[in-house]
Write a protein of this length. Sequence first.
Lengths: 383, 296
Amino acid sequence: MSEAGPLERLVGFGRYLRRIGLPVGTRRILTYCQAAAALDPFDREDLYWAGRATLISRREDIETFDRAFDAYFGDQVTGERRVTVPDVAGSAREDREPPDGLRAEAGMVAARWSGAGEDDETEGDAALRIVASDVEVLRKRSFADLSDEERRDTAALIRRIEVQTPQRHVRRHRPASKGPRFDLPRTLRRSLRTEGEPFRRAWRDRTTRLRPLVLLLDVSGSMGPFSRALMQFAYAAMAAGGRVEVFCFGTRLTRITRTLQTRDPDRALRQIGREVEDWEGGTRIGESLKALLDRWSQRTALRGAVVVLCSDGLERGDPELLAQQMARLARLAHKVVWVNPLKGSATYQPLARGMAAALPHVDVFLPGHNLESLAALGRILSR
Amino acid sequence: MSRLPFSSAAELQDALGAHSYLADRGLATAIFLGVSLDKPLLLEGEAGVGKTEVAKVLAELLGRDLIRLQCYEGIDANQALYEWNYSRQLIAVRAAQTGEGGPTVHDLFGPEFLVERPLLAAIRGGSSAVLLVDELDRADDEFEAFLLEVLSEFAVSIPEIGRVAALEPPAVVVTSNRTRELHDALKRRCLYHWIDHPSIEREVEIVRVRAPEVSEALARQVAEAVARLRRLDVAKRPGVAETIDWAHALAFLGADGLDGEVAEATLGAVLKDHEDLELARAHIGELVGEGGSGGP
């Protein structure tokens, strides 16, 4: 690496990845350069694999990386060995704009989210401003009938609902004043003060932990307002300290947990608007559930979790598949709650084929169409 | 770096092959870089693609000790780093009481009463060890933070003994089945490689190396059938280990080819899920390449 040229090319590639949206920090770029030095003399393939090992660390990023690599180093098939650095015309190329495809891929599609939180009013202000009588009205009004302002107020109220999932025992034992297991280490340490005579015995007890909460939100068609409300609900659950996973689905499943974990909820919701592609498209619950179970069933998130599914149950896919997948879900999860806003209407009967197929596998069925009902959901979850 | 028995990724790839581990160029490069740059290597991939095996064969290849830390939910620092041998301490204390000039309190917390757990063993072993942190995704977040600390320092302070530090860091392989996302801080410290299911060609080679009693033709049939199975939308896609198991089972039964009947009888070697088995049975002809829709 004696010339300045190759080094600049390598650093330039790292910066290029950063520009198209991959999280590539200086440390990673440094490691990439070290890797190239360790492989020296390297060919194009070495550069590629070294980049994959050092610049990215998520499987989802591999495809973006591949395209970026081809775009940056030129997409000829593996060059000959001992080429110091693939020869691409001029260094000006480093500064050019990423191609359109990559730009779109990096998540720069226009936001379609137009729900609560475009303004800069904070949650606290909104909560203060809501007068008690307004709250009474808001509590019973369906999320679908809210004005923009009411929606903001409601969002603030939802976030204050207490959400706690039930506890379960874990393997770990903790020191306890009395408990089923004898704590030899602590007893011994205490005994040193009493000349090795174990007068004061110590005990350990099992610890408990909150069960994870998994929210599956239908974002198709008329479900938008209700799903947004439940996202605020997800925030309340996260604030309670439990583990929360949130997925959106319409025609396909999108995991939005990571986006929700950012500090600023309003920005997160706008970001989700960009990530979830089928916002208010059709519904394929069965297929989405299958995607969830195939990819996540081994993951601790689902096993023993409390699962809340919010959907109107108007399934476009095969109800048979939905029933099958609901059965799988019920076997894995601790409790399955189906939130169906249509149930808020007094005349509703779960006759839609999808809903009828799913019901036998549901532990709790409730409307969740207004604040009052969400508060009830919060109480049910902890049981 | 001069002590490494290989000087390039290609040489390492050959050396791995000589130890019956057929790695592709990408994996070989990642391992080579990990060992050369003294960085932990994070391997992700579906179950059964041979992540753990990498650490085993690397230890063999480098002539180092393999130290394995199997992670599980609730694992804590005591189980990973060190613990005092309390029972032994207790006995020593009692012995001291009965006279016999037993140990002093200082002795009581000496090395002979220390129970070494994998991380401490790896720190002490230094460059003569390969540390495998298996299935890190199963451990809790807090443990991950603790591990990050150990991996960045390769030193621990034991209050009663003092600081133990590795002169040279051990080679480290971390595996994850991706049941949850690992923290970015840890990932940044590691090199990363995603191990995919191998191509049919490579899987045939792997079966031939791992199950030498299986004929080339049978190995190919099995590899092709498994490749179709993976495409069949099963919930638990079979890994390479399952392919090898299946080939073993078929060879043991004396099958010289894979047909629908034999395949159905032995399907339990590859698929371990009731719904998956039913799905596969419904497509058995297709799987073994019989009937209309054959070919990979």
